[in-house]
Design a protein around this ligand. Structure first.
Ligand SMILES: [Zn+2]
Length: 338
């Protein structure tokens, strides 16, 4: 008789989906994937706080943290790598991540807090909100123990994962170093946060340690990554949040439609005369706010800014830094300077 598991579900032979809670409503609980085999592998780990629950889920398979041989981190956000250190400390697990997210996993953030602070100042975040965002970074640190990365993954790397052969697909956009793990033979894609069934993933603003304003266009990179995934034609996609995704075309079309609508909305706010990125973000998402929601506020600024970057590339808006504040001007506005 087949064994019943309360805390995991078999999605492929000897591959199990374990869902762990994450604070806040969106994006919701995180899915961790267990691959049994010669090298017992986990894709992502959940937060430091759910390490105990992950242990219980593994125990149903007669496994403990000491049995884990490898952890593949899809990207450096805390609910994906938060328990890695605890697993490593218990035994022999090696942590693998893309080169561009190594710093986030090892230090908790991709760039210094000073760089975040100066970016937020440029976007016009009021001092009180700046305080909330500091609380957010504190929360991030709380959710994830910093952990060293042993294996730096790059595009096209191949590795053994449980009983399967996997290929690493670099899919920047949500973060600089987001990856998908593709089982070519089975046409199964483990996509991290690059595709989520119930929401459009946030293309996080890609701050640069050396530049005052981000140079990389997160939204462009995100949509480029989606095209790359589409070409693979996976027959099933296993996301880090929410349900499995059987139809890639449908979800990408939905994302593109939402993106076009958002671009229109941002442009109309700018056309109405709003120049300040923080206020554009607040108008874009009027439903969010309150002292308990620093993450939502940061995400809204990130979303507004990365949309503005695309509008700037398309020469629909102009950007100028005036008195230490970034000003966004609609290209149609009289007397606007590029
Ligand atoms: Zn994420």
């Amino acid at each position: 008789m087949q064994k019943e598991y309360k805390l995991s579900r078999e999605i492929l032979p000897d591959v199990y989906k374990i869902t762990l809670p994450v604070p806040g409503k969106r994006p919701g609980p995180v899915n961790v994937y267990l691959f049994k085999g010669r090298i017992v592998t986990l894709i992502d780990t959940g937060t430091a706080q759910t390490a105990g629950l992950l242990q219980k889920a593994l125990a149903e398979h007669d496994l403990g943290f000491a049995d884990i041989g490898r952890i593949i981190v899809t990207h450096g956000h805390p609910e994906h790598c938060g328990a890695a250190k605890k697993i490593v400390n218990a035994g022999r697990a090696k942590v693998a991540a893309h080169a561009e997210d190594v710093v986030s996993i090892e230090k908790g953030m991709d760039v210094s807090t000073g760089r975040y602070r100066s970016f937020l100042k440029l976007t016009g975040v009021p001092p009180s909100t700046g305080m909330m965002l500091r609380l957010l970074f504190f929360l991030f640190k709380y959710m994830a123990d910093n952990c060293g990365v042993d294996l730096v993954m790059r595009e096209g790397d191949e590795m053994e994962i449980g009983k399967y052969r996997a290929k690493i697909i670099g899919t920047p956009g949500h973060t600089k170093g987001s990856v998908c793990i593709y089982l070519e033979k089975e046409k199964a894609l483990f996509c991290g946060d690059t595709l989520i069934e119930h929401i459009t993933p946030n293309a996080f603003v890609m701050l640069d340690e050396k530049e005052p304003l981000p140079v990389r266009l997160s939204q462009d990179e995100f949509y480029g990554s989606l095209e790359k995934i589409k070409i693979l034609c996976p027959s099933m996609i296993y996301s880090a949040h929410g349900k499995d995704i059987p139809n890639i075309e449908q979800i990408i079309e939905g994302y593109k439609k939402a993106f076009a609508e958002r671009q229109e909305k941002v442009l109309s706010i700018i056309l109405a005369g709003e120049k300040n990125v923080y206020r554009i973000a607040r108008l874009l998402f009027p439903e969010i706010g309150g002292w308990r929601l620093p993450l939502e506020i940061f995400l809204s600024i990130s979303e507004a800014y990365t949309n503005i970057q695309v509008l700037h590339k398309e020469r629909k808006v102009f950007l100028n830094v005036i008195n230490g504040l970034l000003e966004v001007t609609h290209a149609q506005e009289k007397g606007s300077v590029q």
